[in-house]
Ligand binder design. Structure first.
Ligand SMILES: C[S@@+](CC[C@H](N)C(=O)[O-])C[C@H]1O[C@@H](n2cnc3c(N)ncnc32)[C@H](O)[C@@H]1O
Length: 207
């Protein structure tokens, strides 16, 4: 799948390699520099696609979709063959995601400005997250100063996320890169675990 990307006009060039440098170059400058810390690397999205190719996919939901890199590139790889939804609580990032969707002419992908902890979306076959809660703990490479850093808040959010995951139907998959915030997820078993791009890539299945 590492064989195509779109040029400036949004035309697919078969035979060329998609790289983080190319994808990120379309982002506003301030979000380009955050990419190694905040946005899923291209290789990890391609690994996810390889996994999904062998699985029954109804729809994919990205919990904390940032600038839309995971959703938009997955939509290009899958040629819009299943719905992809990104939920993001920062309005500015949702606008960037919509712009990226248009730039790359991605189909069957959408973004909503919402807090997934307050309104957790059930019913998707696959969920993805790149450690969205961690920013409550961490000071460096932060997206902005909008969120308070608090270990207490992190633990509360983690508990709420785990309870929401428990509501998912058996066989639902959760794909994580750098985890979801905790190390143990009640009601789930790990069906895939790999070290890629300096992070842990895992697939959890609801029992
Ligand atoms: C590490 S970034 C990952 C972005 C994207 N999934 C990707 O892989 O490129 C985590 C994102 O989650 C968002 N986020 C964190 N908590 C959230 C919440 N409760 N609801 C919605 N978005 C959230 C942050 O604003 C950030 O954009």
């Amino acid at each position: 799948m590492r064989n195509q990307f779109l040029n400036q006009e949004g035309k697919i060039i078969v035979g060329d390699l998609m790289t983080d440098k190319i994808w990120d170059s379309y982002l506003p400058k301030k979000f380009q520099t955050l990419s190694p810390y905040q946005w899923t690397p291209i290789f990890v999205i391609e690994r996810t696609w390889k996994f999904l190719l062998e699985d029954q996919v109804k729809s994919v939901l990205d919990l904390g979709s940032g600038v839309g890199k995971f959703c938009v590139y997955l939509s290009l790889l899958s040629k819009g063959s299943f719905p992809i939804l990104g939920l993001e609580d920062r309005k500015e990032l949702v606008s960037v995601s919509q712009a990226m969707k248009e730039q790359w002419k991605a189909t069957n992908v959408d973004f909503q400005n919402t807090n997934f902890l307050k309104d957790f979306p059930l019913g998707h076959s696959h969920y993805y997250c790149f450690n969205p809660l961690y920013e409550t703990m961490k000071g460096s490479h932060r997206i902005d100063d909008l969120k308070e850093k608090s270990a207490n808040q992190f633990l509360k959010d983690l508990q709420s996320l785990k309870l929401n995951f428990l509501l998912l139907k058996p066989k639902t998959k959760l794909i994580t890169y750098h985890g979801f915030g905790g190390s143990y997820l009640p009601g789930f078993k790990i069906i895939l675990k790999e070290e890629i791009e300096n992070g842990e890539f895992k697939v959890w299945e609801r029992e």
